[in-house]
Design a protein around this ligand. Sequence first.
Ligand code: UT7
Length: 312
Amino acid sequence: MGLSKGNFKIISSGHYTPEGVLTNKDLEKIVETSDEWITTRTGIKERRISDGKTTSDLATLAAKNAIEKANYDKEDIDLIIVATFTAEIRSPSVACRVQAKLGLDKPGLLAFDINAACTGFIYALNIAERMLQTGAYKAALVIGSEVISRVTDYKDRNTCVLFGDGAGAVIIEKDESKEVVFSVQTKSDEDLILYVDDYVSMNGPKVYQFASRIIQSSVNAVLEHGNIDKDSIRKIIPHQANIRIIQSASKALKMPMDSFYVNIHKYGNTSAASIPIALDEMLETEKINSGDKIILVGFGAGLTSGACSLTF
Ligand code: UT7
């Protein structure tokens, strides 16, 4: 496992989800499925679908939400990293489009994308943290943004019921009093059990098995490396792919379901956006005190996986 310790402070967070709602009932009219099957097998009730807004539009709206909430001086941002696999154009990157849409042009500002599928936001945070440590950057805007509806085959019931669109963002700055611990890795996937070419394709049960195991081992790796007591964790924010995967992680980790933040019923799986959207919603709805620790954990195509603990 790629284990590391560092530090940063979350200055602000934000998210944006498109207004268009696609419910399980709507999907019943498109493919042979049922609200009952989707709800019991996945926990998803509805997902948001972009009405023409691009991945960089969603990312920019999430970033603006984070900037406005903290009344943050956007001119302080000198690093923008976007995690995505659904860039609207091949080049320039979504991060460069976000920079332009936010009107940022600080000398030395660096903007680029990374693609680590559903683990992308955690990888991006890890990279941003290392770059802040160099002292060359003051503030990083880290975003997960996806328009997965563009690469979803609405004739394939195995996948189309699972995914949705959205974006989440955080602004972070170096802060030595706020320790972060990362455990990240990529496991070789010769059989391509999960991939995207024109459309998302996957072997659901195989991905499910991988996910159920990796959440537990990634969280345990972070707890061990950071010498963190499990009982001191305020909340775990898992990638929102399937409620049953979260339930099995809860059982394996011996942590009750209410220690996991869940919003899958509203948005489905938004890949790299799922963790930052959930993080922002959690910070809006739950009282998090200074010193509290939470853990983010994700997995996805690659097979990528990772977890990190954050200190508030
Ligand atoms: O971000 C990471 C990306 N992906 C994931 O994390 C997905 C991980 N995997 C899963 O969440 C689950 O494997 C699924 C939700 C995709 C599928 O659930 P499952 O319990 O593993 O079902 P299954 O694939 O074993 O299929 C069971 C049955 C099959 O019918 P038969 O062959 O038993 O007659 C499927 O054809 O359910 C059928 N099925 C459906 N039925 C109604 C598959 N999709 C649907 C559907 N509606 N949408």
